[in-house]
Structure formats: C-alpha cells, structure tokens
Design a protein around this ligand. Structure first.
Ligand SMILES: NC(=O)c1ccc[n+]([C@@H]2O[C@H](COP(=O)([O-])OP(=O)(O)OC[C@H]3O[C@@H](n4cnc5c(N)ncnc54)[C@H](O)[C@@H]3O)[C@@H](O)[C@H]2O)c1
Ligand SMILES: [Zn+2]
Length: 369
C-alpha cells in the first residue's frame, strides 16, 4: 500500500508542533502543517531566492506581510473569476517584469483559486519553475494544494486548461483558517467528511468526536484534521499520480451528484455543500446495494448536519440529469460512481444503472419535504 514516506512531529518555538509529511517519488512533496508558518517558509525550504508571490484581494492584505522576502506580489481578483486566461496573461507579464527566470520560485498564497492559477503559471513559465503552496482555506489545505492539479477556467467551462505541476512544499498554516467565513469553511469540512467516509472510517470517528472543536476552529484540532487529510491525499495521489489507474477517482466521492447540483443551480449550490448532498445520495445507494450499513448511513447524515452542510438535494432529478450526463464520469450509458463501503474504502463502479442513482436521489429529495 502506498503511504506518505515519513511523518514526524517537529518541535517549534511556540510549543505548537508541526507535522511534516514527506513523499518522495517522481514528484517529491513536503507538506508542513502548523501555526505561524508563513514567516518561516525560507527556513524550511532553504531556497534563498525570493519567491514571486500570487495572492488575491483578500489574502494579500490579510497574510502578505507575514511572508518574509518577496520578490513581488501579484494580486488576483477574488473568487472564481480570478482563475482566467486573462489573469494568467497578467501574471506572465508580471513575471517578466520581475525578471523571474528558470531558477525562480512561485508562491501561491490563498485558496484553491489562487493555487490553481499560480500553479498553472508555475507549470508553464519558462516550461516550469518551482512552486510553493501556502493554502489559506480549509478546502485548499485538505485538498487542492496537494496532488499537482493546476489550471484555469475558460468561457466554455471550468478547469479546461491545466497541467500537473505538484508543489515542492505545501505550508498549511491553520491560523489562516480563523478568518474564513463560516460558509467558506464549511466547504472544506465537507471534503474532510469525504476522506472519512471514503478512505478511513477511523478518521470519520475522529471527526464525529471533534466536530464541535473543528467548528470552533480550535487550532490543535485543525492541525490534526489538516495533517490527516493531507496524509490521505498524498497516499491516494501516490497510487495514481496522473489519474490513470482509477485510485484518484476515489476522491470524487459525492462529486458526481455534487457537480450536477452546482451546475444545474447556476452555482447557487456551493462545491462542498453539493458534495455533502452527493455523499448522501451515493450513501443511500450503497445502503440499497448492501454496501453500507444503516447505522453508517445515519452517522453520515448526522456528521453533515453537525457541520451544517445542507445534505438534501432541493432540485428535481430532471433538472440535474442533463448535467450528470455532461460530467466526465460516464462510461457507456452508466455513470461511473464512487460508492462508499461499510468500514472500508469506497470503490469506483461502472455497473450501476442510472435508474438506481435516480431512485436514491429522489428518496433523498423527498426527505427534504
Ligand atoms: N487543484 C485541485 O486539485 C483542486 C481541488 C479542489 C478544488 N479546486 C479548485 O479550488 C477552487 C476553490 O477553492 P477555495 O474554496 O479555496 O476558494 P477561493 O480560493 O475562491 O477562496 C474562497 C474565498 O475565501 C477568501 N479567502 C481565502 N483565504 C481566506 C482566509 N484565510 N480568510 C478569509 N478569506 C479567505 C478568498 O479570497 C475567496 O474570496 C475552485 O476553483 C476549484 O476548482 C482545485
Ligand atoms: Zn471536491
């Protein structure tokens, strides 16, 4: 079984130990989880050359000053619009103006939008320069900063242009998460639930025990949460670096229905919320297939409730169905579905008829009324 090569706890000045997860291999990645990390990036990486920083309108002013020795700071507009070809061109122009060459380093300071855009700039500038991620949202810390996927959106669709370009270092400073809005924070919590229900039920149990402290944003609890999710993401990615073997598809638990809800609602449904509802639908399906026990299905619902993740779909099947078919996760006429399993890891299946998904969806939907 693939696993993070090494996991250790380091002493630090503030008596708040950091977790360091190291994965060697084709693309070595070091993930550091802790507090007060932003001012110590150079000490960890040993890279003397000052990084070119990309942030957004929110994260630049909030956290930019904590980063020591920047070469330049480029500010993206906040939100999904930031992830555009137009802004990418502006980053290239700023890189040229700052004289960043092959030996340069890009540092992404922000959520998934900044990480994906700056990551793609790093993948392509001079055919690829070093990348450091400093993710500042829970979603970016537990998910998007690890695994090497970078890219931008086109008018024609999201994430249509991109490249694999893993960061050499990921610094997940959990103190940053304190300033996130509850709505934004919840989107990351849904991904954490996904690791529990899809990868390790022991972690699911830990989440149940610590849900309140997570919501309170207790820093020691967030450190454990982010370190555990990072470990699981590193492991899954190690099994399937370039998304060829199907292992990485496990991370899409709840995403087929989730993406359809997002798109069909014109993005009224947010990503993590959609994943929550999507997990309930495939959870219900797994229950019918005898893959999940009633008790586990109920625990899933309770944990989502605890995180205030709206776990029931609110749109008729006919409205979301066209968006399911547009999703890449279809093979032949049947959806490729990630189905949770009792006490174990979820599994990717292509043998479940769409009608069965519809029934499970409608059962969840009717519960909302
Ligand atoms: N590359 C991957 O593997 C991968 C995986 C999942 C999602 N994504 C992408 O990630 C993006 C979503 O990421 P996100 O949820 O982090 O959104 P985001 O980057 O848009 O951040 C959400 C909002 O929070 C603000 N913000 C960021 N950090 C903050 C902080 N510490 N305090 C207060 N406000 C803060 C941002 O300015 C923004 O307005 C999507 O574009 C999605 O496609 C990528
Ligand atoms: Zn997701």
């Amino acid at each position: 079984m693939a696993h993070a090569d090494r996991q250790m706890t380091l002493p630090s000045a503030e008596d708040a130990p950091e977790s360091l997860l190291i994965r060697r291999g084709e693309y070595p990645t070091n993930v550091v989880v802790g507090e007060g990390l932003l001012s110590r990036v150079t000490r960890f990486t040993g890279v003397e050359e000052r990084p070119f920083v990309v942030a957004d309108e929110i994260t630049g002013p909030l956290f930019g000053e904590f980063l020591e020795g920047k070469r330049a700071l480029f500010t993206l507009p906040r939100g999904e619009e930031g992830k555009s070809m137009e802004n990418l061109s502006k980053i290239y122009a700023a890189l040229a103006a700052a004289g960043v060459d092959r030996s340069g380093t890009l540092l992404a300071l922000g959520g998934g939008v900044v990480g994906d855009t700056a990551g793609f700039a790093a993948a392509t500038w001079m055919r690829g320069v070093r990348l450091i991620h400093c993710p500042t949202t829970l979603l970016a810390q537990v998910d998007s900063a690890i695994g090497g996927k970078t890219g931008v959106n086109l008018q024609e669709g999201k994430n249509l242009v991109g490249a694999f370009h893993p960061a050499e270092w990921v610094f997940s400073d959990v103190e940053c998460l304190r300033s996130q809005s509850d709505d934004d924070f919840r989107q990351g919590a849904a991904e954490a639930v996904k690791y529990g229900a899809g990868e390790e039920w022991a972690f699911f149990g830990w989440l149940e025990e610590n849900a309140r402290a997570v919501l309170r944003r207790s820093l020691p609890v967030l450190r454990t949460l982010v370190a555990e999710c990072s470990r699981m993401k590193l492991d899954v990615v190690a099994e399937d670096e370039h998304e060829h073997t199907g292992a990485r598809a496990r991370l899409n638990l709840g995403h087929t229905v989730g993406h359809a809800l997002e798109a069909a609602s014109g993005y009224r449904w947010r990503h993590g919320d959609g994943v929550g509802a999507g997990m309930m639908v495939v959870g219900r399906l797994a229950l019918r297939l005898g893959e999940l026990r009633e008790e586990e299905f109920e625990r899933l619902g309770r944990l989502l409730d605890g995180f205030k993740i709206p776990r029931r779909p609110d749109m008729p099947w006919d409205e979301i169905a066209p968006f399911l078919a547009r999703d890449k996760k279809f093979s032949g006429g049947a959806p490729r579905l990630v189905v949770p399993r009792s006490g174990g890891r979820c599994r990717l299946r292509s043998d479940i008829p769409l009608a069965a998904l519809r029934e499970a969806y409608e059962e969840e939907l009717s519960g909302a009324r």
